[in-house]
Ligand binder design. Structure first.
Ligand code: ARG
Length: 578
């Protein structure tokens, strides 16, 4: 948490406890009540007294006045009562010294917390359906999922990232049928994932004309479920080819997983789940299929087994949740998927509860996100009219390369940097809006070096890095040592930057609790705006006053740490030069 807020909360709590012994509030409760006033005239931090009116049996302005009396808070130079509010004004130099020195001391861990110490969180994300193309619709689950993992790790949680591959199901029946009818080994070896996608698309085209192909696919999947050796071999091969392709994308994003146990991993764990559902009398047979009736909860039935006895998606999720609970003893298991799966998750979460797993209610968390379209066109996997993530990234890299070639033709390691900036531009753009919003991707906007974009943020980071390294080159060696700001009057721009940097721990907590990486993206833009204003307003390296120069370089150093950590949290590359 923001340090000043914590100190202020403790001081206010002391006051409240002196006024009454029935408040029963903790410092955290008080900290949660603080607000950041929209206008600096109303202070840097405000405490609204309205909620205390009941406990203290007094009007809010009276409470504010009572709390203000002799209130002394380190870092706060003035306290004002305004209606039912207590407005706190920071001692600017003190606050700057405190913030900058805290950041310089904590370095990369500034902004993190110990909230999750001793707790385990499983995150299920990316999880593409193998044998179908990895398309732009997967961007959300992949980058939101990984950001949530980073946010949890930063806050002390032990995290397990699982790529719950869709590596089991009728689509493999389709793929195998298509391969046998229209494919051959040499072709697929040569074309890799693209060849698989072509076969998949071809299957759907042909099945439109001849629906019996669907029955054939179903029968082939059943053969796979019964471990038919030839089917098994093809299945493994298809997965291998797909994973090779996904790995390239994951590498570009800097994403790794702790487990790739996908749906197939649970196939031998299914009979036990089915037995349990039967013995607990939860499952009924409906028109030959096995279902759990959820009409009492205003939901359609949850499908467990098809008529032919093969298992369905919800059943595999139930098996996976039970396995994960047993294996990792998680405190929380988070699933990141498109909002199109809201019902699916609501249904099987409810089935878990009906099975008597009380923990499911609090510990299983579905984090949905909206749809993505590019320049207005809707995306679909079936028709072949899909935008592959790989193509999107390549396009971005190409365009960024061209811009960089113009701006900085002599940059060493150009290709690698262009790749990082290009991919990050897409991620940044995507994570700029709240996750539940539907997004229409406008490539030009995402890639621009001006405006609120990834390249602009990375450019700002590189600018901070360059100032720091120039300072080092001119002999400043103690960049991480504390700075004394007493007696220095900071400019408005400097104070604004300090204030924003001080907010980082709060923003991390907010992003974590709301499962919302966009809080970090937007915060990065605030830091960039404040830093660039500061950079244009004052002289940093050329400042004649030695103390002031040190303060400014250290403020730049602190900005570099905060931006770097924030980039890490949302899978954005950190490049010291662009
Ligand atoms: N494979 C699924 C899809 O692409 C997503 C899986 C999400 N995770 C889960 N445990 N259901 O739609």
């Amino acid at each position: 948490m923001n340090q000043l807020k914590q100190t202020a909360a403790e001081a206010v709590l002391c006051k409240i406890n002196a006024l009454t012994d029935t408040a029963n509030l903790s410092a955290d409760d008080i900290a949660g009540m603080f607000e950041y006033p929209p206008d600096p005239k109303m202070g840097d931090l405000a405490f609204p007294c309205f909620k205390l009116a009941k406990t203290l049996r007094q009007a809010p302005p009276k409470i504010a006045a009572a709390l203000a009396e002799n209130l002394s808070i380190p870092g706060i130079s003035r306290v004002e009562v305004a209606g039912g509010y207590l407005n706190l004004f920071t001692d600017k130099a003190g606050m700057a010294a405190n913030t900058v020195n805290t950041i310089l001391a904590q370095k990369e861990s500034y902004g993190g917390s110990h909230e999750g110490d001793g707790k385990t969180v499983v995150l299920d994300y990316s999880s593409p359906n193998v044998a179908k193309p990895f398309h732009i619709g997967h961007l959300g689950t992949t980058v939101i999922g990984h950001s949530l993992k980073k946010l949890h790790e930063f806050s002390g949680y032990h995290c397990i990232g699982i790529n719950h591959l869709g590596d089991w199901g009728t689509q493999f029946g389709k793929m195998i049928v298509a391969y046998r009818k229209w494919g051959n080994r040499a072709n697929v070896e040569a074309g890799q994932c693209d060849a698989l996608v072509d076969l998949y698309v071809k299957f759907h085209e042909e099945a439109e004309k001849d629906p019996s192909l669907n029955d054939e696919a179903r029968a082939t999947f059943t053969a796979l479920e019964h471990h038919d050796p030839e089917c098994m071999e093809l299945w493994k091969w298809i997965i291998e080819i797909s994973l090779k392709e996904y790995e390239k994308t994951y590498k570009q994003l800097g994403i790794t997983f702790d487990s790739y146990n996908g749906e197939s991993f649970y196939s031998d764990k299914m009979p036990a789940v089915v037995e349990e559902l039967k013995s607990k009398n939860i499952m009924v047979i409906d028109d030959g299929a096995s279902i759990v009736d959820l009409s009492e909860y205003n939901m359609p039935p949850c499908l467990i087994l098809k008529r032919d006895g093969s298992t369905l998606y919800p059943a595999r999720d139930i098996a996976a949740a039970l396995y994960r609970k047993k294996t990792y003893n998680f405190d929380k298991c988070i699933y990141v998927t498109s909002a199109g799966q809201n019902l699916h998750f609501a249904q099987w979460f409810k089935v878990m509860e009906l099975m008597g797993y009380d923990w499911a209610k609090d510990e299983l968390v579905h984090v949905p996100y909206g749809t993505v379209s590019i320049d207005g066109g809707k995306l679909s996997t079936r028709s072949g009219n899909v935008v592959l993530l790989r193509d999107l990234f390549n396009q971005a890299i190409e365009k960024v390369s061209a811009i960089m070639e113009e701006k900085n033709p002599d940059l060493p390691d150009k290709e690698k940097i262009a790749e990082s900036v290009g991919v990050s531009a897409i991620v940044f753009y995507y994570l700029s809006s709240g996750r539940i919003r539907d997004i229409n991707f406008i490539m030009e906007d995402a890639l621009s070096f001006e405006g609120n974009t990834g390249p602009y943020a990375q450019y700002t980071y590189a600018r901070a890095c360059s100032i720091v390294s120039k300072a080092e080159n001119t002999g400043m060696t103690d960049l991480d040592s504390p700075v004394s700001i007493a007696g220095v009057t900071l400019t408005e721009e400097e104070n604004a930057l300090v204030k924003t940097l001080a907010l980082f721990p709060d923003k991390v907590a907010q992003a974590l609790h709301e499962y919302e990486p966009s809080v970090i993206t937007r915060y990065i833009l605030d830091v960039c705006a404040d830093f660039n204003r500061f950079y244009h307003d004052v002289q940093i390296l050329t400042c004649e006053d030695e103390l002031l120069r040190a303060v400014r370089v250290k403020l730049t150093m602190a900005t570099k740490y905060v931006l770097g950590s924030a980039f890490d949290l949302i899978c954005i590359g950190k490049n010291e030069k662009i």
